[in-house]
Design a protein around this ligand. Structure first.
Ligand SMILES: *Cc1c(COP(=O)(O)O)cnc(C)c1O
Length: 383
């Protein structure tokens, strides 16, 4: 049905009407006092979201640009980095590091499993020569629906003394607690189309004082992604290049909505949706892909035994105008993923569960207990 599409993918995520309306204005001059006021305000709001004293820099680009910027601004030619890889995004940061000629050591975990913090501790403790300059990892691994123990791994990095923690927080920021300063994160990357309740187009990167010291030594090539330029401009409530002005209108409105809800309420809502979605899938006899106890608050990956996940996903879209995400790479057809990130209400979760249940019924694939999924979700939502 026209205009009925509901996004339940892990980005782009749904955008509130207030945010859409904020964007629907003529652009203003990006060197004007009016625009400077918006940069000033959003910079403060972004500090609040990241729970940091550091300046959070925004740039035109997707989450990958923010992460690439974070990596190339604190490292130098030939540096060794330790990358955590337990999914598509972990894999991507390995490729970025390799593209810049860094020496990459990889700590892997099977897709669906979390990274083992002990493996990081062991590798970092073994590095007595302090060759490792950074540990790069993904907090919420969107491809598998696994949340990694960023807090513990960052603590092991701190104990190493030299290495920086570079964290992909693209689907954890705005979904669960990511206190940048309290956890000692040095670089935090994110993107507007995820927890921010905004359209795609802005990438965000925040850097600690230690990361800025490393920036001073960094000799990797960079121009548009040179964060020093962004920091200098941000100090004057400005941007080095023409920013997506209308996305800044959206950012201000979205962060205002987030502040009105409050961080604790936002985190509790995502946690509730994680529990409700997981319980519903289990009640429908659909196994979860992420190992027990390691599910992301932003996304649930489901591996429906003996059911083609792609046809199920397409049917849900055709019948109910709800867009679910498919599996990536070798998981295509084996896994579908339900995004519950950003502007998602209890109602959306109930509806998605009901739509999946009704689709299984229509396809003759239900386990004979239609209604069990909605019932299980309702119980969790009522808690
Ligand atoms: C979406 C996403 C990104 C960024 O992807 P872009 O398409 O570049 O915005 C990075 N990491 C994770 C975990 C993501 O989910």
């Amino acid at each position: 049905m026209q205009d009925k599409l509901t996004l339940m993918i892990p980005g782009p995520t749904p955008v509130p009407e207030t945010v859409l309306k904020a964007m629907g204005r003529h652009p203003i001059g990006h060197r004007s006092a009016d625009f400077q006021a918006i940069v000033k305000r959003t910079t403060e709001q972004l500090r609040w979201l990241h729970q940091t004293e550091s300046t959070v820099l925004a740039m035109a680009g997707s989450g990958t640009s923010a992460m690439e910027a974070g990596i190339i601004n604190v490292l130098s030619k030939g540096d060794t980095v330790l990358c955590g890889d337990n999914g598509k995004f972990g894999e991507r940061w390995v490729k970025v590091a390799q593209a810049y000629g860094l020496q990459v050591q990889v700590i892997k975990a099977e897709w669906g499993q979390p990274l083992d913090p002990e493996a990081f501790r062991t590798a970092l403790e073994a590095d007595t020569g302090k060759a490792i300059k950074a540990v790069i990892l993904t907090h919420s691994e969107t491809s598998t629906g696994v949340i990694n123990d960023l807090q513990t791994i960052a603590a092991h990095v701190k104990a190493h003394g030299t290495a920086l923690t570079i964290a992909d927080c693209v689907t954890s920021l705005g979904a669960c607690n990511v206190p940048m300063d309290a956890w000692g994160l040095d670089v935090v990357g994110s993107g507007s189309q995820k927890g921010y309740m905004m359209p795609p187009g802005l990438g965000f990167v925040a850097m600690s004082d230690r990361a800025w010291e490393a920036y001073g030594r960094s000799d990797l090539p960079k121009f548009y992604l040179d964060l020093g330029k962004y920091r200098k401009s941000a100090a004057q409530d400005s941007n080095p290049f023409t920013p997506p002005v209308n996305l800044y209108f959206a950012l201000e409105a979205a962060l205002e909505m987030m502040q009105a809800e409050g961080l604790d309420n936002i985190f509790a809502r995502h946690e509730r949706h994680r529990r409700a979605t997981q319980a519903a899938m289990k009640a429908m006899g659909l196994p979860l892909y992420a190992s027990e106890g390691h599910g992301s608050p932003a996304i649930t990956a489901v591996a429906p035994n003996g059911i083609d996940a792609e046809s199920l996903r397409k049917e849900v879209k055709n019948r109910f105008d709800i867009l679910l995400a498919g599996g990536q790479d070798h998981l295509k057809g084996k896994v579908f993923r339900i995004g519950h990130l950003g502007f998602v209400a209890d109602r959306d979760v109930l509806t998605a569960v009901a739509a999946i249940e009704a689709t299984l019924q229509a396809l003759g694939l239900d386990s004979g207990s239609t209604g069990a999924g909605v019932a299980a979700a309702a119980v969790e939502l009522a808690r």
